[in-house]
Design a protein around this ligand. Structure first.
Ligand code: ZN
Length: 175
């Protein structure tokens, strides 16, 4: 599925970037319902158009505990009020990007496996055990709901380098 440049630029315009105070806020509990379903649909569209693998509501300026994500070619998924209930002692450090950091990546240590619980859009409780990239995506998106981003999870050197790269980068559609 090709995404045209206009759609891509329009999606990127809606994604709050580093420095926006909303990204440092803690989100409120999300209530299932029509509004939440519409929000999820909007977030999924933005995630695909920006070619991301996950998106948290604060990234579009909405302080509600809702995340959308996708694993490979699977259908996109939505979780309300997700929480990590268990994490493995084993930690893996790998490059990780963020749409709110212009998709730039830094090395981030994450638990290799986690258990996550949350609700779907009907309010049903689910618990998942995830590992590898899937565990990484969920830890990243849940961080956003707590106002935490990868710049505060990487080394001092990489943070400095990230800030320098951020000053140079242009978002899709920017001149
Ligand atoms: Zn992010």
């Amino acid at each position: 599925m090709g995404i045209d440049e206009k759609t891509k630029a329009a999606a990127w315009q809606q994604i709050r970037q580093f420095g926006d105070p909303v990204l440092k806020e803690e989100s409120r509990l999300a209530k299932p319902g029509v509004d939440m379903r519409q929000l999820a649909e909007r977030m999924i569209k933005i995630m695909y158009a920006a070619d991301g693998v996950g998106l948290a509501a604060p990234q579009i300026g909405i302080l509600q505990k809702i995340i959308v994500f996708r694993f490979g070619k699977d259908e996109p998924k939505v979780l309300l009020n997700p929480e990590v209930t268990w994490r493995s002692e084993e930690v893996i450090t790998e490059p990780e990007g963020c749409l709110s950091l212009a998709n730039l990546a830094v090395d981030v240590p994450r638990a290799a496996s986690i258990k996550v619980k949350g609700q779907d859009l009907d309010g049903e409780e689910h618990e998942y055990e995830l590992e590898g990239l899937q565990a990484r995506i969920l830890q990243h998106e849940i961080d956003h709901l707590n106002g935490v981003m990868i710049n505060s999870r990487t080394s001092r050197e990489q943070r400095k380098d990230l800030m320098a790269r951020l000053r140079q980068v242009k978002l899709p559609g920017e001149r």
